[in-house]
Design a protein around this ligand. Structure first.
Ligand code: EPZ
Length: 418
């Protein structure tokens, strides 16, 4: 086990290079089995979710090589269509391997990815979409067995703009016979990145980023070398930390339009923010006024993946903030830990009321999930005294070199073995 020790109260200054987006790299890795030619993905982030996804590709029989920060995937000898249960448990997002394994092998077997730290995480939209493309699905003994002699294009209307379901259906449609149209598709930028990656492999995917995505099936896909988009959630986490602590930081590698909803709130808090190309500069005096309400919604709304971090900031803003979490059922687990640091936060169902306090004080707190863990780090950076953040395995799923990047900005944070 490891923990962070944070001595709070330092302002943050400097520039931080943002990693490739976890939620873009994971579907790109899934898509790499769609060709038997070599796929090179550069700037792979050093995070455990990516390592687990690479283990899944190995289990399928892919050969993985690492050259610097690139992953080279060669799936010509891939033979297995089954993802081991232990790996599905490790990483829920293995569910969108279904679409690419079905396209490659016309059958797939995966254990039912249960709920996780933030909610039930159903997959009904994934499965109903795949059925529309002609996939036969048997769910028994905790496994999902899929088969499809030939995948055929169809119109799929999603009841909810699910990111994973949109990606899974695209991956199953790229070599299907005919045209697939996804209506009410998720519009997240990571889906645009997947479209760009697939089209660079010779696919015909159009409309990603809008509610209607069109995929015309092609015969084959070829290898590709690709640099994924920057991680808008990592960038947002650093910007929130600087807003709460005070100072001036620049993030490199993420476009303003990809986190516009967050930047809008941070400006309301009193931060000055400038953006040019893929650089975002934030200035804060650390004395923020609260925003009366923020609620999470699918892109381009306020991202659920920044709710915990922004709630931590709201704990030290002047005034009261109403938080509404519309995406996941249990995404307030961090609240109890923030209370140990003196936060005034009342959670009721999918809402929380946060009354800003003058100061938080350091405490020993435990991360319960990835973004909740990041929120505890933000709180520790701004608190008086020393904070210990335990169970870093959650944070390490999505933030590479987190503490060293924060130290470069002036934070007093170190990782120690327990
Ligand atoms: C992706 O998860 C992200 N993960 C999540 O990021 C992110 O929070 C989420 O999208 C929303 O933006 C990856 O991209 C790997 P959804 P996903 O399907 O695809 C309901 C992080 O911290 N739903 O868009 O699982 C679901 O219950 C992670 O980086 C169904 O009802 O999210 C939820 O309420 C956490 N049926 C809502 O849709 C389904 O079949 C959003 O889920 C699928 C989803």
């Amino acid at each position: 086990m490891e923990k962070f020790i944070i001595d709070g109260g330092e302002k943050l200054y400097g520039s931080v290079e943002i990693q490739s987006a976890k939620n873009a790299v994971l579907p790109l890795l899934a898509a790499s089995v769609l060709t038997d030619e070599q796929v090179i993905i550069r700037a792979i982030p050093r995070i455990s979710d990516v390592e687990n996804m690479l283990r899944i590709l190995c289990e399928l029989g892919c050969e993985i090589a690492r050259e610097g920060d690139a992953a080279i995937i060669d799936s010509k000898n891939a033979v297995s269509h089954e993802i081991p249960a232990v790996l599905t448990k490790e990483i829920r997002s293995s569910i969108f391997m279904l679409g690419s394994i079905l396209t490659r092998f016309h059958r797939a077997k995966i254990s039912y990815p249960g709920g996780c730290d933030i909610g039930l995480r159903p997959i009904d939209l994934h499965l109903s979409g795949l059925k529309k493309l002609g996939v036969e699905i048997v769910e028994e003994n905790g496994y999902i067995e899929c088969s499809a002699e030939k995948l055929s294009g169809a119109e799929v209307v999603l009841d909810f703009p699910s990111v994973g379901a949109t990606e899974n259906i695209i991956l199953a449609a790229v070599k299907a016979r005919g045209r697939t149209v996804i209506r009410n598709a998720a519009k997240e930028p990571e889906i645009v990145d997947l479209q760009n990656f697939l089209n660079a492999m010779g696919a015909k995917v159009y409309g990603a980023g809008s509610a209607n995505v069109v995929i015309d099936g092609v015969e084959r896909l070829h290898g590709v070398e690709y640099v994924p988009m920057g991680d808008r959630i990592e960038a947002g986490t650093f910007l929130i930390a600087a807003a709460a602590c005070g100072g001036e930081i620049e993030t490199q590698g993420v476009l303003e339009e990809n986190i516009a909803a967050l930047l809008h709130k941070l400006r309301e808090n009193g931060c000055k923010i400038y953006a040019k190309n893929d650089k975002i500069v934030l200035q804060s005096d650390g004395r923020l006024k609260s925003v009366p309400i923020f609620e999470t919604s699918p892109f381009p709304g306020f991202p659920t993946d920044m709710q915990a971090q922004y709630s931590a900031l709201s704990c030290v803003a002047r005034g009261t903030t109403l938080v509404i979490e519309n995406l996941f059922e249990t995404r307030f687990k961090y609240a109890g830990e923030l209370k140990r640091m003196g936060a005034d936060i009342l959670v009721h169902g999918k809402t929380a009321i946060i009354r800003g306090v003058e100061r938080l004080h350091g405490a020993s707190v435990t991360a319960c999930d990835l973004r909740g863990g990041a929120a505890l780090v933000v709180a520790g950076l701004v608190a008086d005294g020393q904070t210990a953040v335990l169970d870093l395995s959650h944070i390490d799923r999505g933030y590479g070199d987190f503490e060293s990047k924060l130290r470069l900005l002036g934070a007093k944070i170190r990782r120690v073995k327990i």
